[in-house]
Ligand binder design. Structure first.
Ligand code: B12
Length: 208
């Protein structure tokens, strides 16, 4: 099956094969969201599990991440559509200070853009001060913070506190994050993945 081919190519870290398989799946009319969720993301989950079990190491993870990005680059334009016309609000997204993981954040961004939100990307390693400045400048309705390291979760707390006065809604996510942690640090919401992040954004904005 085509989605399994994408997944396997990603696990192999074969960038060219990922691109070929993604193109084939698109030509066959498969939904971009299925290609992302059941092809690229499920492949990355296998990589994550193998890394945890020490079956593979950082270099292999990086190769897979780069193959994933190449696949995403092909699917992304198709998800986005006419963002300008559809814009439902602005979301500011970033990975917190000290943390360089951005694959998950980028997926959330793509899904938000695909759902008609305007997104400003602060990138990785973004300090609380940087978030506060960007909120002043861009006036988003929602801010999304991403963290993949247990050691950078404390930065989320700092950032949520720094943003308190601005009145903006803050949602958080990333592998180590839980609903309880979000409640404990006073964030307005938590979502497990990029798909539910879009639902959460709608909810925070009082849409649908
Ligand atoms: C890829 C990866 C890397 C890549 C990152 C490449 C990149 N450009 O992002 C590289 C090789 C650079 C890397 C580096 C490191 N990593 Co790393 N990495 C991973 C790995 C294997 C996968 C992460 C990933 O991309 N997952 C796929 C995405 C799609 O999932 P996700 O990020 O969880 O995002 C989803 C949700 O969480 C959610 N989400 C994410 N953000 C947000 C935000 C909001 C607002 C919302 C609502 C939702 C949301 O939606 C996303 C899509 O569904 C994980 C293992 C794992 N299983 O998580 C380790 C892992 C996160 N890394 C780890 C470590 C230790 C490191 C290093 C410290 C290693 C080292 N010794 O150098 C460095 C740290 C560098 C730094 N300062 O950040 C540990 C963290 C341990 C811990 N408990 O803190 C993990 C868990 C691996 C492990 N088991 O040891 N890493």
């Amino acid at each position: 099956m085509m989605l399994d081919d994408i997944k396997d190519a990603l696990i192999e870290g074969n960038k060219e094969k990922v691109k070929t398989c993604v193109r084939q799946a698109l030509d066959a009319g498969l939904a971009p969201s299925a290609i992302i969720n059941d092809g690229l993301i499920s492949g990355m989950q296998v990589i994550g599990a193998r890394f945890r079990n020490e079956e593979i190491f950082m270099p292999e993870v990086l190769v897979a991440a780069s193959a994933m990005q190449a696949g995403m680059d092909l699917v992304k334009p198709l998800l986005i559509g006419d963002v300008e016309v559809a814009s439902r609000g602005t979301v500011l997204m970033g990975t917190v200070k000290g943390d360089l993981h951005d694959i998950g954040k980028n997926l959330v961004i793509i899904m938000l853009q695909g759902s008609g939100f305007n997104v400003i990307d602060l990138g990785v390693d973004a300090s609380a001060e940087k978030f506060v400045e960007a909120v002043k400048q861009h006036r988003p309705q929602v801010v999304g913070l991403s963290a993949l390291l247990t050691t950078t979760m404390a930065q989320m707390k700092r950032t949520v506190e720094a943003l308190k006065q601005s009145g903006v809604k803050v949602m958080i996510g990333g592998a180590p994050i839980t609903r309880k942690f979000a409640a404990d640090i006073g964030a307005d919401g938590y979502a497990l993945d990029a798909v539910t992040a879009v639902d959460l954004t709608r909810e925070l904005l009082g849409l649908s």
